[in-house]
Design a binder for this molecule. Structure first.
Ligand code: ATP
Length: 546
């Protein structure tokens, strides 16, 4: 497929608002693609370049892109930034600049989907001191061969933000429609493979291929997530339930085959090198080939330490040894997804738990099973007394559903209202903070992943926080207008607030009252932030929970 044709599909999709129309359009394209391009199209149309589980990352910030587009369009970087400021969107700015560029090359080669993907792979592979220059060269080559409309989508893809409102749900349904297979089967295969591109290829060969997928070691699966609820509610709905401590640490997925062990974070990044002690502990605790799910906590003097301690260890790859002396990490394993060549995720939790206690000699998270609300409330109290966050209440008959935030896992913790939001903008600070960002514009997401601001946060941030956040966010600056900065939405803040109010000031229709910074959620991606529906529910709850 020519990249120009792909761009036209994107343009059409961008103009549609109905979910069904979008699905139909995507479904009409999928069967026309050859096998090599089908997975690429599927990922590209969602604004993704590589499978979620893949360690390959493009790692391109707006600055590098601006430099490349400046070169290709024969403009100064400042002019590129001005165009982005004016249009408010990198893609539209690139489109305009390419449309007005004077013809500089007679040797324009049409871009194909496969060709663009091959160049993206080269970008991801560049490494070492010359990598920025190498990347720049490849991007210049791509943009030099792009027409105006292609430039719009190429530049957005380079930043992995397509902004055409196509999410995983739409693409799953389109695959089912295009190849006439059951949507539930597509979803099932997606859970195990964690790449809709590969799922589309299997769907093309028929339902049997989808049925036959298995999770595999060294290919991380999305983690199952929890909703909020109460112990009493779960007992009422299910009778006997399983209760475990809710550890305030960092989620991990541990994969082992023979002597080879690897660890993945909640965002499915490999963190093996950062936690050699935990790897060693788990590796020696079982003789089996496994995929385990758990939470690693930092412990000192017998008490769990705050979440930031663990994260620091995950981050500081170079200083691991020094950090190991200071912070002792302890894994708590609460699930097993794979054992010696067999997928366990479809088995009921009670069976998986039994397997877990049989195969792991240590580190299994304690569990209490009961239908007695009072007894389970006592476990909750013990959890808080021991310094944990609360408890997790789990139904015993449920399968492990990767990536799903369902009612089979319920978290119970003291009511502190915090909300996870994407950082979409910032303003420069004042006085001694003038060289740092001082306040941040925060957004929730609607169903299609569009980001809708709900407030600004400027309190709760120490000088140390601000300096750290600045270092973290400065590479995501898209545009700057006076004091206001537009940021590529990559970072997630957890913030506290007094109340959710209705507000005409934001397109979301809501605003947070007295937002207060709690922490930077490096373990969460923007796809995991609160939804508009969630914000609305929080608003409504204020009237019912008194
Ligand atoms: P929070 O911000 O409350 O930690 P979250 O959005 O990070 O929630 P949830 O899915 O809502 O994640 O809550 C489940 C999280 O709790 C898991 O991702 C995991 O990191 C953590 N956790 C701690 N102990 C357990 C446990 N025993 N079972 C499952 N998850 C646990």
């Amino acid at each position: 497929m020519e990249f120009a044709a792909f761009s036209r599909v994107c343009e059409q999709l961008e103009g549609l608002s109905g979910r069904l129309e979008m699905i139909d359009l995507i479904a009409s394209v999928l069967p026309t693609l050859p096998d090599e391009e089908l997975p690429i199209f599927v990922r590209f149309v969602m604004g993704r370049v590589f499978p979620d589980w893949s360690p390959q990352k493009l790692g391109i910030g707006p600055n590098l892109l601006y430099e490349a587009i400046g070169y290709v369009a024969g403009r100064k970087k400042a002019e590129v930034v001005a165009a982005v400021n004016e249009t408010g969107d990198v893609g539209c700015a690139v489109e305009q600049l390419l449309a007005t560029k004077s013809q500089t090359s007679f040797f324009v080669e049409p871009l194909s989907l496969a060709g663009v993907y091959a160049d993206f792979t080269r970008i991801a592979r560049t490494d070492g001191s010359r990598s920025q220059r190498e990347k720049l060269k490849i991007i210049k080559g791509l943009l030099g061969n792009a027409g105006a409309l292609e430039g719009r989508y190429l530049s957005r893809l380079l930043l992995e933000e397509l902004r055409i409102g196509v999410g995983e749900g739409n693409v799953r349904d389109a695959i089912a429609g295009a190849f006439d297979v059951d949507a539930a089967l597509v979803a099932h295969a997606h859970q195990a493979l964690n790449d809709l591109g590969e799922v589309a290829l299997l769907a093309r060969t028929g339902a049997a291929a989808l049925q036959d997928v298995h999770i595999a070691p060294f290919r991380p699966v999305k983690m199952m997530l929890a909703q909020q609820g109460t112990i009493a509610g779960m007992v009422e709905d299910h009778g006997a339930v399983a209760v475990e401590y809710k550890y305030d640490g960092t989620r991990f997925q541990f994969h082992k085959v023979g002597d080879e062990c690897r660890m993945y974070s909640r965002r499915l990044e490999e963190v093996t090198g950062a936690v050699p002690d935990v790897i060693e502990q788990l590796c020696t605790a079982t003789t089996h080939d496994v995929i385990l799910d758990g939470e690693v906590i930092a412990v000192s003097e017998g008490r769990p330490r705050p979440f930031q301690f663990v994260l620091r260890r995950f981050r500081r790859k170079h200083e691991v040894e020094a950090a190991m002396e200071k912070i002792e990490l302890v894994p708590n394993v609460f699930d097993v997804l794979y054992l010696d060549g067999e997928t366990l995720i479809d088995r009921p939790f009670s069976e998986r738990r039994e397997v877990l206690t049989e195969i792991l000699s240590e580190y299994v998270a304690p569990q209490w099973v009961s239908d007695d609300t009072g007894a389970l409330e006592a476990v909750y109290q013990d959890a808080l007394d021991a310094g944990h966050e609360g408890v997790m209440v789990k139904t015993r008959g449920a399968a492990y559903t990767p990536g799903v935030r369902g009612r089979n896992w319920i978290k119970v913790k003291p009511a502190v209202d915090t909300i996870d939001l994407a950082v979409v903008g910032a303003e420069w600070g004042e006085g001694r903070r003038a060289h740092l960002f001082g306040s941040f514009l925060l957004a929730c997401q609607d169903e299609s992943g569009e980001l809708l601001p709900v407030g600004k946060v400027a309190t709760g941030l120490s000088d140390e926080d601000l300096a750290f956040i600045y270092r973290h966010l400065k590479e995501f600056v898209v545009a700057e207008k006076g004091k206001e900065i537009v940021l590529e939405p990559k970072a997630v803040f957890e913030v506290g607030y007094a109340e959710v109010q209705k507000s005409p000031n934001y397109v979301s229709g809501y605003a947070l009252r007295f937002p207060r910074f709690v922490r930077l959620r490096e373990d969460k991606s923007v796809a995991e932030i609160e939804t508009l529906g969630g914000v609305a529910a929080r608003y409504e709850q204020q009237f019912t929970s008194v």
